[in-house]
Design a protein around this ligand. Structure first.
Ligand SMILES: NC(=O)c1ccc[n+]([C@@H]2O[C@H](COP(=O)([O-])OP(=O)(O)OC[C@H]3O[C@@H](n4cnc5c(N)ncnc54)[C@H](O)[C@@H]3O)[C@@H](O)[C@H]2O)c1
Length: 370
């Protein structure tokens, strides 16, 4: 049976032979069950990767849909996106008897997805993997698009691979156990999508949509974000476009990655650092583009409605933040590149932004001199 016949809300990421479905809506569990049965019939071994917290919170799901499968647990948290945990995952796959036909199933947030995806990309030079996102951030962003990787001491996501999943199964009911702070962090990415490519979405949020895990509009909003990500990834899978392409998804992230790097991974949730970064991108856009004044204030108001920070929680030194930006993956020759807004819903890539302007924005975001 084709995927589309199973679930009308589903999307496809059209990437030729690497195309895959994003399954959403009420029939997801049925589709997952069918998929796992197909894999069993084809004698393809399966290794599930999750974290200890998700295993406990979603024990019902593990006890039913994933019953009988080999499960590898990593400690919850960003620190697990490491070379050490990558090695442990490979060893687990080997012990679980995964061969070239084996399939990795990542059940978790962006940390589990990025780590398990990279482990799948590199084990036996690449095996298939399936994403089952359990955080809002993973549902709207990290589970789609095939960016996988781990952090190095020198910076975030510095070792990784492009490896598209074979399918993504999204069940928004998983969000009911997600802590409020984590839900807010996912909302930062939702707000990002509105800002970079969907004015209507941003206006809905601005008008007080007040999303929560049980909100009836949440599945529609998740689908909107996935559809936007799918279209952007289809057009520029490996982020090589000179027009911006996939890099536009990094709105706010040049600031965010510097914050995470200088504050130490885990001090800010990724989405919280993105929230501060979105304000930075708003201020930069006011300085560089002909956007109406007050854009950064509009961004701040929507972020604050979800309890997100709009400036640094404690001052971090400007020189360290500037140095971290120069090491960002998107920097060219040590010069950071930025995504700016030409309007709400319209983003562009900008090179050659003056250091003085960026330093001033850091100060406005609450950074200090020392
Ligand atoms: N690959 C990409 O394209 C991409 C895009 C954006 C972000 N990321 C990465 O994603 C990571 C952040 O992901 P995240 O925000 O999902 O964090 P996360 O994976 O650390 O999950 C957040 C916390 O929530 C817990 N949790 C997860 N699901 C739960 C549930 N349903 N109920 C209760 N608790 C639950 C986890 O155990 C963890 O403690 C960062 O490393 C970031 O770099 C990757």
């Amino acid at each position: 049976m084709g995927w589309a016949a199973v679930e009308p809300l589903s999307l496809t990421v059209s990437l030729g032979e690497r195309a895959y479905p994003i399954l959403l809506g009420r029939c997801v569990e049925v589709a997952l069950h069918q998929r796992l049965q197909e894999l069993a019939r084809a004698e393809r071994s399966i290794a599930v990767v999750t974290d200890d917290r998700i295993r406990k919170e979603l024990s019902g799901f593990f006890g039913t849909a994933l019953r009988g499968l080999a499960v590898h647990e990593i400690p919850a948290g960003e620190a697990s996106k490491s070379g050490r945990e990558l090695g442990r995952a490979w060893e687990f796959f080997a012990r679980a008897g995964l061969d070239r036909k084996g399939v990795v199933v990542a059940v978790g947030g962006g940390v589990v997805g990025d780590l398990a995806g990279f482990a799948a990309a590199t084990y036996l030079r690449g095996v298939d993997y399936i994403q089952i996102p359990t955080t809002l951030l993973a549902m709207v962003d990290s589970s789609v698009g095939g960016k996988t990787g781990v952090n190095l001491e020198a910076g975030k996501n510095l070792a990784g691979a492009f490896h598209q999943p074979a399918a993504v199964f999204i069940q928004s009911r998983f969000l009911e156990s997600l802590p409020k702070r984590e839900f807010g962090a996912g909302m930062a990415e939702v707000i990002k999508y509105g800002l970079l490519g969907d004015e209507r979405l941003f206006r809905e949020l601005e008008d007080g949509l007040d999303l929560s895990p049980s909100h009836p509009d949440l599945p529609r909003i998740i689908r909107t974000c996935c559809a936007m990500k799918a279209r952007i990834v289809e057009a520029d899978e490996r982020e090589t476009s000179t027009e911006g392409g996939r890099a536009l998804l990094n709105l706010g992230h040049t600031f965010a990655h510097a914050i995470e790097n200088v504050a130490g991974y885990g001090s800010y949730l990724h989405g919280e650092a993105v929230a501060v970064g979105l304000v930075g991108a708003g201020l930069l856009s006011e300085g560089l583009e002909r956007v109406p004044p007050g854009l950064a204030d509009r961004v701040r108001r929507v972020l604050q409605a979800y309890g997100l920070p709009v400036r640094l929680v404690e001052p971090l030194p400007v020189p360290a933040l500037m140095a971290a930006m120069r090491k960002d993956k998107k920097a060219q020759g040590g010069v950071p590149r930025f995504i700016v807004l030409k309007a709400v819903g319209q983003a562009a890539l900008r090179d050659g932004v003056s250091e003085a302007m960026v330093a001033k924005i850091w100060t406005e975001l609450g950074a200090g001199a020392a």
